[in-house]
Design a protein around this ligand. Structure first.
Ligand code: FMN
Length: 201
């Protein structure tokens, strides 16, 4: 991590498929960042229940049951509460990752509709020129989705689709998911040991 780093990261989880990416990313990021501000959309909670069988509802939320370890540096924020640090440009952090990013959330951010903490915090990143990484998952993409993603890229966001790589010959779902997780960490500019760089010993 660079000397200019705040050690703070904002992570939003929305209702696209890919709960395994979030789980594995948070485990890795929690070992790197001193504080992670986490926002879950209502639909993210539903999808995590479907895909991982875990309950992320506020009354039952526990990093231990979700990530296998208690991480006191992961702070769950209420998605409707704007009286929280990521809602303001005055809060300095190292970036925001939306993982996975639904096409609905991408569309709202692309069109300036900041109607919850996920979209507001993303809006703030764009206006403050902070790093914003969206990890969308949908297929196929219609023209509206493609235009929204283009608009976001033009506004300064990084579009890092959940497209796992096969050239590392992954043998488990976890290894496959980690090909995406490693690229997110690389794009955040932090050291990652999950995946070797291509053709580097
Ligand atoms: C099991 C499940 C999987 C879904 N997968 C996707 C997906 O991969 N991409 C997507 O854009 N929406 C997906 N959706 C639909 C979104 O959850 C829905 O559009 C929702 O309104 C998104 O809300 P959010 O952006 O506030 O999280 C899925 C829904 C369910 C129930």
């Amino acid at each position: 991590m660079s000397s200019e780093s705040t050690g703070k990261l904002v992570v939003a989880v929305t209702g696209a498929s890919g709960a395994i990416y979030t789980q594995r990313f948070l485990r890795a990021a929690a070992e790197i960042y001193s504080e992670i501000f986490l926002v879950l959309s209502t639909q993210a909670v539903q999808v995590a229940q479907t895909e991982l069988g875990v309950s992320l509802s506020k009354d039952q939320f526990s990093t231990e049951s979700w990530l296998g370890k208690h991480y006191p540096n992961i702070k769950l924020l209420n998605e409707k509460n704007y009286y929280t640090p990521p809602a303001s440009g005055s809060f300095r952090h190292d970036g925001m990752v939306i993982l996975p990013c639904s096409m609905g959330t991408a569309g709202r951010i692309a069109n300036g509709i900041s109607d919850d903490l996920v979209t507001r915090a993303a809006d703030v990143c764009l206006k403050e020129r902070r790093r914003l990484i969206l990890v969308p998952r949908e297929m196929p993409w219609n023209l509206i989705m493609l235009r929204n993603l283009t608009q976001l890229a033009e506004a300064g966001a990084t579009i890092l689709p959940a497209c796992p790589a096969w050239y590392t010959n992954p043998t488990t779902l976890e290894e496959l998911a980690d090909t995406v997780v490693a690229r997110i960490l690389q794009n955040l500019g932090v050291e990652q040991t999950i995946q070797k760089q291509w053709m580097v010993d």
